[in-house]
Design a protein around this ligand. Structure first.
Ligand code: AMP
Ligand code: MG
Length: 337
């Protein structure tokens, strides 16, 4: 694999080795075995809770505009400009017209900025375990996210402990929190803690990478950050009726410095409010034809989330970088298989 432009500045540890060496490394086999245990357990847990697994679309006329400065990929669809999916959010909400509880393991392509090649947390192609629940509140969604992660980690400890040992993962660091409820702080509290440790976090914005790492390093158990400010997220995260300017959303943050595993929210579903939120976030409603047609006719209120599969694998397996959780990693700016 070769690097281009400023991704060449990536530290050697951040760059995947030769593909043959990567595919045949014990570390890759063990990381994928851990991932298999995670996915099997997640599917089992969600099926047991009455969820239907769907196959997510890969292309469409429009996709999730959110996503922290990453670029979308256009393709030529019979003369129309379509996008590769950056997330399944629009389809998740629409699917609730058929089923009340859905999930999918969906591929996402995001051309992340070159500087993210060094974060150990970004791939240009990754997967989300995407969940959406009709009629659910934010707290119900966090319960399901906690249930999925706990069930998956328990399964890894029960069935793939030998692989954790190959990877040198401290198993006690996972076992220690399995019976505890995940912690929960608001975005305001997270900002206060960062300011107290002299980190200059903008209170009106997404927690930056360095701040996320600081918060993550200070914990031993996964924890939720809730109520992000409106400017930080897409139009589909519902604004609080009682605390205007804050969103009914959450992230799940892994401990030990691994950072964000999952983002979720109660969703906007009211047509007029959605149009207003689109305009506020700089989105042109005219691009969202099929989706807004459905929203205008009525879609269920919902809450849901997406867990980054490679991020969760990295954390559970204790990998140095997220690319080690992928057989064919696409690091931002790195030309690869
Ligand atoms: P987002 O919609 O940006 O919050 O993405 C949902 C989840 O997908 C995040 O919580 C991460 O776990 C994962 N994720 C997002 N972007 C990336 C990326 N570039 N590489 C790997 N995982 C990602
Ligand atoms: Mg996120």
């Amino acid at each position: 694999m070769t690097t281009i432009e400023s991704a060449a500045d990536a530290t050697p540890a951040a760059v995947p080795p030769d593909l043959r060496a990567h595919l045949s490394a014990p570390r890759t086999r063990s990381a994928v075995a851990v991932q298999q245990a995670i996915l099997g357990a997640a599917r089992e847990y969600l099926a047991g809770e009455g969820f239907t697994e769907l196959l997510a679309p890969v292309i469409g006329p429009v996709t999730d505009p959110g996503a922290r400065g990453s670029k979308q990929v256009d393709i030529d669809y019979y003369g129309h400009r379509y996008k590769l999916m950056t997330s399944a959010i629009l389809y998740k909400q629409a699917s609730l017209l058929s089923f009340g509880k859905i999930f999918c393991v969906a591929p996402n392509v995001r051309l992340e900025p070159l500087e993210t090649a060094n974060t150990d947390r970004h791939l240009a192609e990754f997967h989300q375990l995407d969940v959406e629940i009709a009629g659910a509140s934010r707290d119900e969604a966090t319960e399901v996210a906690q249930g999925v992660v706990r069930h998956a980690v328990r399964r890894v400890l029960d069935t793939a402990a030998d692989h954790l040992d190959v990877l040198g993962r401290d198993r006690d660091a996972l076992a220690t929190w399995l019976d505890d409820p995940f912690g929960r702080i608001t975005h305001r509290e997270a900002v206060r803690r960062l300011h107290a440790s002299d980190h200059p976090q903008d209170p009106g914005a997404e927690i930056d990478w360095a701040g996320e790492r600081l918060l993550s390093e200070s914990e031993k158990c996964p924890f939720f950050i809730t109520d992000y400010p409106k400017g930080s997220r897409g139009f589909y995260d519902r604004e609080s009726a009682t605390d205007p300017g804050s969103l009914r959303n959450f992230d799940l943050i892994a401990p030990e410095g691994y950072g964000e595993l999952c983002s979720g929210s109660e969703r906007e579903y009211d047509y007029r409010r959605m149009i207003a939120r689109m305009r506020e976030t700089g989105e042109n409603p005219a691009k969202y034809g099929w989706y807004l047609d459905l929203v205008r006719g009525g879609i269920p209120a919902s809450a849901g989330f997406g867990i980054g599969v490679q991020r969760l694998t990295r954390y559970v397996a204790g990998l140095d970088a997220v690319w080690q959780a992928s057989m064919f990693p696409k690091l931002p700016g790195v030309v690869s298989a």
